[in-house]
Design a protein around this ligand. Structure first.
Ligand SMILES: Cc1cc2nc3c(=O)[nH]c(=O)nc-3n(C[C@H](O)[C@H](O)[C@H](O)COP(=O)(O)OP(=O)(O)OC[C@H]3O[C@@H](n4cnc5c(N)ncnc54)[C@H](O)[C@@H]3O)c2cc1C
Length: 404
């Protein structure tokens, strides 16, 4: 039997986990190649601290090449430009790659076109990529240096799903305003598509709304919820119902879409460029094509007046990557894929930082109906996030993807 080749597109949370897990599972008896447009691993949860200078690029990234080399995985630093699932071939900027099994782990792109005025040339910052977060930091430093800085708007547009990052940035901003002696001078407003505080794009958790309400009250933060945005002018957010909020600094999270290279393949992709998958993480259309992490489509199980997306966080991403890798290993051995893990049934595990405080979020399932869900507030959450960042970067850098 010829040696099989697994090709993984993307080398961050999902891609790195899937590539190393399949290699380990088959005791090295498989060729694994990772093609990624970025040769850094980026610990995205810490992007919330970059604008405040609490983290710089090298604190939260490492080069993935040596990690893959150590585990006998080939790494190609190049963008995948076309996928042909029938010929089982991917075109990349560094030449074509054939495969027996493909894992798409290409993550997200910002959908700045959701409203006019977003993006680096627009009027509001965002923090969802390293470049965006660095740019948001330049704006932040200009803001706090002004004699009359103005007010701050932090929010998430209609269709956004990354609400945790919006809340974390909101509370970190409040903390930084206190440190800069500006808390009483600056009005802080949270604007969100969520139907209620603490919905988080996962339908909320018991007591979450009241806990978040208490946090906002204590920090004197105003909330405008269940609202769509129309556009962002210079210094002014215009809501869909015509209301306006003036600001001297704004950070707005957009919705995410999949990568263009995925969206072009109609047979596998939904309208947003995410791959339609089964609970084995095989695509609906092809048994040998998998998608994991943000690249995998998730059905939103509710309808809200203002569209709300789903947060595709790190824990489910790792679980999906493991599931896909075990199923590929089974296929390589001539068996049927036997691992099933629907996104909604994966536990929710998240730490939300608030500067010197925070909330640990735990639930038995990402999506309702759930049996258990709890939010544990307190300074220990901040300490946990600091510790988790160090642990996770160590774990990924050393390829210890089987550790929790
Ligand atoms: C600001 C922010 C804060 C967050 N905070 C948390 C948190 O606190 N906790 C949590 O659990 N989750 C958090 N998340 C979510 C977390 O970042 C995602 O779950 C995780 O990034 C998903 O990993 P991924 O590998 O699927 O996608 P990505 O991290 O997006 O990685 C995709 C990779 O694919 C590469 N790629 C893209 N296109 C191509 C192409 N055409 N060819 C080849 N390679 C390509 C990219 O360069 C990248 O390396 C946060 C996200 C953001 C944006």
């Amino acid at each position: 039997m010829s040696r099989k080749k697994v090709l993984v597109l993307g080398g961050n949370f999902a891609g790195l986990t899937a590539a190393l897990t399949v290699k380990h599972e088959l005791h090295g008896d498989v060729d694994v190649t990772v093609v990624s447009s970025c040769d850094d691993f980026l610990f995205t949860p810490s992007l919330i601290w970059v604008p405040f200078g609490k983290r710089i690029r090298r604190d939260i990234t490492f080069k993935v090449g040596p990690t893959f080399e150590e585990h006998q995985v080939d790494f190609v630093h190049a963008e995948a430009t076309a996928i042909d699932p029938v010929a089982k071939r991917v075109e990349t900027a560094a030449g074509p790659q054939d495969y027996d099994y493909l894992v798409i782990a290409t993550g997200y792109r910002n959908r700045f076109d959701v409203i006019p005025g977003l993006g680096q040339d627009g009027n509001a910052h965002t923090i969802t990529t390293m470049e965006d977060a660095l740019h948001a930091g330049e704006g932040w430093r200009r803001f706090i240096d002004r004699d009359e800085p103005g007010d701050i708007v932090i929010g998430a547009t209609q269709g956004a799903g990354c609400f945790g990052a919006a809340y974390e940035f909101l509370f970190n901003t409040s903390y930084q305003l206190k440190k800069a002696g500006l808390k009483d001078k600056v009005r802080l407003t949270y604007v969100s598509a969520e139907p209620f505080l603490g919905h988080f794009g996962i339908g909320g958790l018991p007591h979450g709304e009241s806990l978040l309400g208490m946090f906002l009250k204590k920090e004197k933060i105003h909330a405008v919820l269940d609202t769509a945005m129309d556009h962002v002018d210079e210094g002014r957010l215009v809501l869909a119902d015509g209301r306006t909020i003036d600001f001297g600094y704004a950070m707005i999270i957009p919705p995410f879409s999949g990568q263009e290279v995925v969206r072009k393949v109609e047979a596998i992709s939904d309208d947003n460029g995410f791959v339609k998958v089964r609970d084995t993480y095989q695509s609906e259309a092809y048994d040998d094509l998998y998608a994991v992490g943000v690249a995998a489509a998730v059905e939103v199980p509710w309808t809200t007046a203002t569209p709300v997306g789903i947060p595709k966080t790190g824990f489910p991403t790792e679980q999906q990557a493991h599931t896909a890798a075990l199923n590929i290993a089974a296929q390589v051995r001539g068996e049927e894929p036997a691992e099933h893990k629907a996104f909604g049934d994966i536990p929710a595990v998240c730490v939300m930082d608030a500067g010197n405080n925070g909330v640990v979020i735990l639930a038995d399932k990402m999506l309702p109906p759930r049996k258990h869900g709890v939010l544990i507030p307190g300074p220990q959450a901040h300490v946990m996030k600091l510790g988790f960042e160090k642990y996770f970067l160590w774990k990924m850098k050393h390829g210890q993807v089987r550790l929790p």
